[in-house]
Design a binder for this molecule. Structure first.
Ligand code: BES
Ligand code: ZN
Length: 635
């Protein structure tokens, strides 16, 4: 199908903002926060340098949500303003009458808005950290509007200056203008690279830092600083250098990581230049560092080149997973070459394909679980809270689509040229899926490859629901041992004769790395879903894999518990359930907490799940709390 023969089913304007973002250009922003740990609120002001794009614009509308607006000043004079009604999920418009301001010109004008956050702010959480009061924020996708008035759309970017006063060390989304780990009263940061509102961030607490590479530090509270350093220092600079080879030089100055308290709702968040990370990554064996590779890749895919609206979120996350797997594959290749492996290139591809196999498994799982309308790559989010559309789809279907395009166009070497081109052409901009396809045609057309692109079934890939066409064959070398082991357990379960008995030497857990253990468990969950699993199988499994119960790797912990809760019969008083519910109350990463409560509710006891949540709810970040509640209501 040629590109002119299909239509992308998305809105031309970002439907998730009520602002008049398309009528103004933002040249610069200065954001000032004053943090009060006593009132658990932030008093702030934001100054924008704006220009009319359309001469006729008479009102300027910003996004806000549960914000108090104290004053609006344009070019030095107070002007009247009005806040419209708050309506979910997009908040309340802040309307500013511009009739008397530079009417009929495109002269830049300066507008300063003073505001304060309320206890309904969905972007921030004030909590008790390990060593004192702690505040952090999370604005993606549309929570920035509850922190400061803004054009809350990824279509808009501008450079920022940040200023924050707090009794504790702070980080914001830019390079610190003084060392930011000593205690001061005002902290300043600069972000000369234009960024979107969703990347604005504030953290304050007893932060300390330690180097993890020549241009990188890790920040956290003291008790986990040493283990966080160990977890990341081995890979940090290698990741950056591999990414730079693959795309182009890192443009943001330093790359630091910031390990937040355990209620942080995500695995990681690509804040420049302080990537936020969940402490669940610190598992003492570096087995979750690929999250770091992922967040680093975002500094190109997402932060430099950005989706125009959350309907094209796959451009952020699909590209990032694609790059993450290229980085991990390339590093594996390098290590194998240094170790004298006879075919390091193949080893790198096997590593990359292994992650894609794991990804395919989670894609299948997602397609079976979520509302089909959220399984297409391009979404229609009119009236929808983007948090509700969040799933593994943009990540897995998106990265799989890019792998398919890479193959279709001639393999990595050919596609690598496009990677560099794409990120160079679109940096500092936001684009939609249509622009991405046009870029492919513009790049590959003159090379005589337009026909290869015409073979792509764009409509099915981009608008189609469910699983995508299965058009990439993965190298299964690293996965085979995991799936074979799972089959062994299925045979053990299905045959009662002693010939199919399993003993310790058959199990050989030690040879699997963490990600192979994950695939083994994932396959077991899938296969056991098709059969009736005996008590004998479960108790034998438990005997050989006692180490899983003590693992610090939460990916393994969740899958192991899933397997047992689904197939065993448990009550709230059983140790497995008690430990699992304690764990759910100690971590806020939604990837674990959301399925965790679903498991408790479905396989243990709904009332117990609900009361466990009620006991823990003050611990969770507002975004996480809201989504758990929505899930409970849906059941
Ligand atoms: N930017 C996302 C996190 C995010 C997505 C926050 C949507 C809010 C709305 C981040 O880069 C991410 O993808 N994190 C993943 C980790 C990753 C390795 C897939 C996560 O948190 O699980
Ligand atoms: Zn991501």
């Amino acid at each position: 199908m040629t590109k002119s023969q299909f239509q992308i089913l998305s809105n031309s304007r970002d439907p998730c903002t009520v602002s008049s973002y398309d009528e103004f250009a933002v040249r610069h922003a200065q954001l000032h926060f004053d943090i009060s740990f006593d009132t658990k609120s932030i008093l702030g002001s934001v100054t924008y340098l704006l220009q009319r794009v359309s001469l006729s614009s008479k009102t300027l509308v910003f996004d806000t949500s549960h914000l108090n607006i104290n004053s609006v000043i344009i070019n030095g004079s107070n002007v009247p303003f009005a806040i419209g009604e708050q309506s979910e999920p997009y908040g309340a418009p802040l309307d500013i009458n511009l009739e008397d301001v530079t009417t009929g010109t495109t002269e830049p004008f300066e507008i300063t808005i003073s505001f304060s956050t309320t206890d309904k702010c969905t972007a921030i959480q004030f909590i008790k950290g390990d060593t004192g009061p702690f505040l952090f924020s999370q604005c993606q996708a549309i929570h920035a509007r509850s922190l400061f008035p803004c054009f809350d759309t990824p279509s808009v970017k501008c450079p920022y200056e940040f200023l924050v006063s707090s009794p504790y060390p702070c980080t914001m989304s830019g390079m610190p203008l003084q060392p930011s780990d000593g205690r001061q009263s005002v902290y300043k940061f600069t972000q000369p690279v234009p960024i979107c509102s969703y990347l604005v961030s504030i953290t304050s607490g007893n932060l300390e830092s330690s180097p993890i590479g020549p241009r990188s530090k890790v920040y956290s509270e003291r008790p986990i600083l040493e283990s966080a350093t160990w977890e990341f220092e081995h890979d940090m600079e290698n990741f950056i250098q591999v990414a730079e080879d693959l795309i182009f030089s890192y443009e943001w100055g330093n790359y630091n990581t910031l390990v937040l308290p355990s209620s942080f709702p995500y695995g990681g968040m690509e804040i420049p230049v302080f990537t936020q990370l969940t402490p669940t990554l610190i598992c003492k064996d570096r087995s979750q560092v690929k999250v770091l590779a992922h967040e680093l890749a975002h500094l190109w895919s997402g932060n430099l080149v950005t989706n125009k609206s959350w309907e094209h979120f796959w451009l952020n996350e699909g590209w990032t997973v694609y790059l993450e797997r290229r980085i991990i594959g390339a590093l594996h290749e390098k290590l194998c070459r240094e170790a004298g492996d006879s075919n390091p290139k193949l080893a790198g591809k096997q590593r990359r394909d292994f992650d894609y196999i794991l990804g395919w498994s989670s894609l299948q799982d997602t397609v079976n679980k979520i509302d089909l309308k959220f399984t297409s790559l391009v979404l229609n989010l009119k009236g929808v809270d983007p948090d509700d559309s969040m799933s593994r789809i943009p990540y897995e279907k998106g990265s799989y689509f890019l792998y398919y395009l890479e193959n279709q166009l001639g393999g990595t070497e050919v596609f690598d040229e496009f990677i560099k081109h794409y990120f160079t052409v679109f940096k500092y901009q936001s684009l939609d899926t249509q622009a991405f396809i046009e870029a492919l045609y513009e790049f590959f057309g003159p090379q005589g490859k337009a026909e290869l692109l015409d073979e792509v079934d764009w409509n099915t890939w981009l608008n189609g629901e469910g699983l995508p066409p299965q058009l990439v064959t993965f190298d299964t070398t690293m996965a085979d041992s995991c799936t074979d082991m799972a089959k062994k357990w299925v045979d053990f379960n299905n045959n009662d004769d002693s010939a199919t008995n399993i003993n310790e030497s058959d199990v050989d857990v030690g040879s699997f790395d963490a990600s192979q253990n994950i695939l083994f468990l994932e396959t077991l969950i899938e296969e056991f879903g098709k059969i009736s699993v005996s008590e004998k199988t479960l108790s034998t499994l438990q005997k050989f894999y006692t180490s899983y119960l003590k693992t610090c790797n939460s990916e393994i912990k969740l899958r192991w518990t899933t397997l047992f809760l689904i197939h065993g019969s448990y009550s709230p008083k059983d140790q497995l359930v008690m430990e699992f519910s304690d764990w759910l109350g100690s971590i806020g990463r939604m990837k674990y907490v959301l399925p965790g409560y679903k498991l408790l509710s479905k396989y243990v006891d709904h009332e117990f799940a609900l009361s466990t949540f009620q006991n823990n709810q003050s611990f969770y970040h507002p975004i996480c709390r809201q989504l758990i509640l929505k899930n409970f209501k849906a059941n």
